[in-house]
Design a protein around this ligand. Structure first.
Ligand code: BGC
Ligand code: BGC
Length: 595
């Protein structure tokens, strides 16, 4: 008996193996095949539901593994502040992303989802990450190599949490500081913004020499896909009103707001986000000429175009007044991925209906899906969909904090200097990580120097103590997006009274922490020295480094500092240009000690 059964078993086993290989070999899963072949093969296998799923981006709070599987969801995001747990560790982030990913991979084609987040000045939603200065400060440095290193560090910190995609950089050219998002802009001058697109190769990696124009590029597991935003004219709205109307000629639009997109596309940017704003009354989310005609056809951008958060809803006012119209207008304009982010069944139902009734042609859907898959293939997402823990130590690493501190030093602009800063400047062997300006000052001064901190000092207090010098730190309260729009640009109390009380009694330097130039003219005569520190992030030590003379001031304004708000908008080159401090201004000092 035994003699007969052995060959039989061998035969059966061989059969099984053959069958298994046959069923699992699919061209699109083979990384050795050319990109085009893989995309074509995969698309030939996809149903309409799977294609529309790829075009759908939902918020993590609604992205259960079941939802991912049932609706073939192509992408998930963290909205601002949307985290898996308070003070979540990198491991917690990775577990969350992987669990959503497993839902996506459990479908029959197993197309990985792409997880995106706003890492706009470092990995800013994540606890213990390195927070770099905001763009308004970085523009001051005019240093593309520095910005590239920041991109590189940010990519590592984002990957440390299992995330492969960031909604950055914002390449807005802020033309009016009344805009609540002016701090997200590198400069009022498009040339500086263009220079700063060097963050893209930092985030994504250097484009190979033979790269085709417009094709997205992401160099593997330590890099992330980037997103140039917000296309187009977000920084040019009337009175700086957020999401409003940019009134400008086509020539003005192309010469001020477009150039940095051309640089970004040349550098292989993977995605472009559309702006909420309108151009001459037409919503960008419905602007086919600019999205399809210009970006895709003329500039040959081959990555995907993503909407902003509920960007389709906001095509109508009030938002969501006619959602099926919004879907039609937005998808027809050429938007490929829709940041829905919550009501995804409504989006999917509307788009499915419109394709089935030939309102939106299948070719438009195929264009969108092809672009999304191209980015996913290029970045190696099919080969490495699941994140491991190998990079967790990159989050908030000492090296990144040192880089951020260096960046802070270079973002400071000395606007007025009435004293020589030789104030017992002692150089630092301090290895701080995450430092407030106050901590930094205490760490920097000589041990015999007494530092007295008062949050809201009155004149009597200042006069009755024999202070040698005062450092007054004032500024704007935190804000984002529309909440930051301001028609007066004043610093709020107790800022002004502190300046008067302190600077009236003792020699003082005022450090302004703000997302943009603010009203300063009334105080200037009472201030001995004035420093613009913008929004510096976690490494406050960089402020003390320069204030105490261990490093010199080098920064030059990348924005015009106005005298009064009624001058606005006022940008360099304007006929009515009469600034308090002009674009490019900045006093320089030498370090008082050699380091
Ligand atoms: C904002 C998004 C943000 C989200 C957070 C929205 O209103 O536009 O930027 O991510 O809220 O929930
Ligand atoms: C902002 C985008 C951001 C998105 C996701 C929107 O409100 O305008 O810049 O990427 O939210 O948080």
């Amino acid at each position: 008996m035994a003699r007969f059964s052995i060959p039989k078993l061998g035969f059966l086993l061989l059969c099984c193996l053959a069958a298994v290989t046959d069923a699992t070999y699919m061209k699109y899963k083979d990384p050795k095949l050319p990109l085009g072949v893989r995309i074509k093969d995969l698309m030939s296998r996809m149903t309409l539901a799977e294609k529309i799923g790829q075009m759908t981006q939902i918020e993590r709070s609604v992205a259960t593994p079941d939802v991912m599987k049932k609706y073939f969801i192509g992408s998930v995001l963290s909205g601002g502040g949307s985290v898996p747990a308070a003070k979540a560790t990198p491991e917690t982030w990775i577990k969350m992303v992987n669990s959503i990913q497993k839902g996506a991979l459990s479908t029959h084609l197993g197309i990985p989802m792409l997880y995106g987040i706003d890492a706009v000045h470092g990995h800013n939603n994540v606890y213990k990450s390195t927070i770099f200065p905001h763009n308004v400060g970085l523009g001051v440095t005019r240093d593309p190599q520095l910005i590239k290193k920041i991109g590189d560090a940010t990519a590592l910190e984002v990957r440390a949490t299992g995330i492969p995609y960031v909604f950055a950089p914002c390449i807005a050219v802020c033309r009016d500081p009344r805009w609540g998002r002016c701090y997200e802009s590198y400069s009022e001058d498009h040339k500086i913004v263009q220079l700063m697109t060097e963050i893209i190769p930092g985030l994504q990696g250097d484009l190979p020499a033979n790269a085709k124009k417009g094709v997205p590029f992401v160099a593997g597991k330590k890099k992330v896909a980037a997103c140039a935003k917000h296309y187009l004219g977000d920084g040019g709205t009337t009175k700086g009103i957020n999401e409003n109307n940019t009134v400008i000629s086509l020539n003005g639009l192309l010469s001020i707001h477009m150039p940095a997109y051309i640089n970004s596309i040349r550098k292989g940017v993977a995605t472009v986000m559309v702006s909420y704003s309108s151009w001459n009354g037409k919503k960008m989310h419905a602007n086919r000429d600019l999205v399809t005609g210009f970006l895709k056809n003329k500039l040959k951008f081959r990555g995907f175009v993503i909407s902003d958060w509920q960007g389709l809803d906001r095509i109508t006012s009030p938002p969501h007044a006619n959602y099926s119209y919004s879907v039609e207008a937005g998808v027809s304009a050429g938007i490929d991925m829709i940041m829905v982010p919550y009501n995804f069944t409504e989006f999917i139902d509307d788009l499915t209906y419109q394709v089935k009734h030939n309102i939106i042609p299948m070719s438009r859907i195929d264009d969108a899906v092809k672009r999304i898959l191209r980015v996913k293939f290029v970045m190696g997402l099919f080969e490495n969909p699941i994140a491991d823990y190998s990079l967790v130590n990159q989050l908030g690493s000492q090296e990144h904090r040192e880089l951020a501190r260096e960046a802070v030093r270079k973002t400071l602009v000395l606007l007025k200097n009435g004293w020589t800063i030789t104030w017992q400047g002692l150089g630092g062997n301090d290895l701080t990580s995450g430092t407030t300006i106050l901590q930094a000052i205490k760490k920097t001064v000589d041990p015999t120097t007494q530092v007295v901190y008062s949050e809201n000092p009155d004149a009597v207090f200042v006069k009755s103590n024999e202070f040698s010098y005062a450092i007054v730190v004032v500024g704007e309260p935190p804000y984002a997006e529309t909440f930051g729009d301001s028609l007066n640009l004043t610093i709020s109390e107790p800022g002004p009274s502190t300046i008067y009380n302190v600077c009236g009694a003792v020699k003082c330097v005022v450090v302004v922490i703000s997302g943009r130039p603010v009203v300063m003219q009334p105080y200037l005569s009472s201030i001995d020295a004035l420093v613009a520190a913008w929004l510096p992030g976690t490494e406050g030590q960089g402020v003390a480094d320069v204030l105490f003379g261990d490093y010199g001031f080098t920064g030059k304004l990348a924005r015009t500092w106005f005298k009064t708000v009624d001058q606005l908008p006022m940008n360099v080159g304007d006929p009515h240009y009469d600034p308090l401090f002009p674009f490019g201004f900045g006093l320089t000092t030498k370090p008082t000690k050699q380091n």
